[in-house]
Design a protein. Structure first.
Length: 183
């Protein structure tokens, strides 16, 4: 019986490692668009949820505390901005003097930070802010806040506040979705 003097091979050759790495690289490149799309959907769903929850909280606060509560876009976390762009953040504040502005000298009831880059929230024209009355209603016409992610025209949604104060999420109207994507 002859005993081999060559040691047993352990591990992989350089060629085998390069083949495995190239296959992994190709798979990663194929999966990147799907990962980006999934991340965009996640950010959008998070924005929709935060917006819906904050509006429902504002309505509940108006009813429980028997006062006017305003929800409006705010980039500084203190005052309402006149813009219909909400992606820079928004506040919930008391409006005891009914001027559709947060009460002077009073801190906001809640402050919401800016959305991740690429997220847009655009309010319908004529409704840059939403005021909930002590009975829970939000007078005026329906307010629609369109939530979109720049570069993904398929997934736009809208958070709608009816004049009765009901908050719901629905599919965004095509023209408002385009305005959101182009803002």
């Amino acid at each position: 019986m002859e005993i081999s003097s060559r040691p047993r091979q352990r591990g992989l050759t350089l060629i085998e490692l390069l083949i495995v790495l190239s296959i992994a690289g190709v798979l990663a490149i194929i999966g990147m668009p799907a990962l980006g799309s999934m991340l965009a959907r996640s950010h959008q769903q998070s924005a929709e949820g935060a917006l819906e929850a904050s509006l429902m909280h504002a309505r509940e606060t108006a009813i429980v505390r028997n006062l006017h509560v305003i929800v409006c876009p705010s980039s500084d976390g203190k005052d309402c901005s006149a813009s219909t762009d909400w992606q820079h953040g928004w506040i919930i504040a008391a409006d005891a003097d009914h001027d559709s502005q947060p009460d002077k000298g009073a801190a906001p009831l809640a402050v919401f930070d800016a959305m991740p880059q690429g997220m847009r929230i655009l309010a319908s024209h004529g409704r840059p802010r939403i005021v909930f009355h002590p009975d829970g209603s939000a007078g005026g016409t329906n307010a629609e806040l369109t939530v979109c992610h720049v570069g993904d025209a398929r997934t736009g949604r809208a958070v709608v506040v009816s004049n009765s104060g009901r908050v719901r999420v629905s599919t965004a109207q095509t023209d408002r979705l385009q305005a959101c994507l182009n803002s």
